[in-house]
Design a protein around this ligand. Structure first.
Ligand code: 5GP
Ligand code: ZN
Length: 133
């Protein structure tokens, strides 16, 4: 499988591991946007969250909490931004589901989740809701 994260799981590519269990691996991002920027992945390959069952999704979130606690203890950030880029339009570069954990500090120059998409005041929420039947 020509997947960079699968190669990390298989130890073909070295990494700075912060957390590992049977199903989950977390390692420091090699091009960090913050001190302690961490990537959390299921060891089993899948492109997006849609490719995993509820058990794996729960496992991943359980690991995220543990890793955040470790980052909090060691780096003492003043906040976190946690999430993932899903699909091309969502900015996903590596097609193996991964969650980014960004430790945050006041004045670090970053924004909130809302800053990743331009606010569109023309959206009619009531009209959109009708599409959900
Ligand atoms: P994406 O844009 O797909 O959400 O994020 C992919 C992330 O993987 C990027 O932040 C990038 O820096 C990181 N990354 C890509 N290749 C490697 C690698 O070989 N090792 C590590 N540790 N991180 C990587
Ligand atoms: Zn993979």
């Amino acid at each position: 499988m020509d997947c960079i994260f699968c190669k990390i799981v298989d130890k073909e590519i070295p990494n700075y591991t912060l957390y590992e269990d049977e199903t989950i691996l977390a390692f420091l991002d090699i091009f960090p946007h913050a001190v302690g920027h961490t990537v959390v992945i299921p060891k089993k390959h899948g492109e997006t969250i849609f490719d995993y069952d509820e058990v794996m999704i729960a496992e991943l979130h359980r690991a995220i909490k543990k890793i955040m606690e470790r980052l909090q203890t060691v780096l003492q950030p003043e906040g976190f931004t946690v999430g993932w880029n899903h699909g091309d339009a969502g900015g996903q570069a590596v097609p193996h589901w991964h969650v980014h954990i960004f430790p945050r500090w006041n004045g670090d120059g970053g924004g909130s989740m809302h800053s990743v998409v331009k606010k569109n005041d023309g959206i009619n929420v009531a009209e959109i809701y009708k599409r959900f039947g």
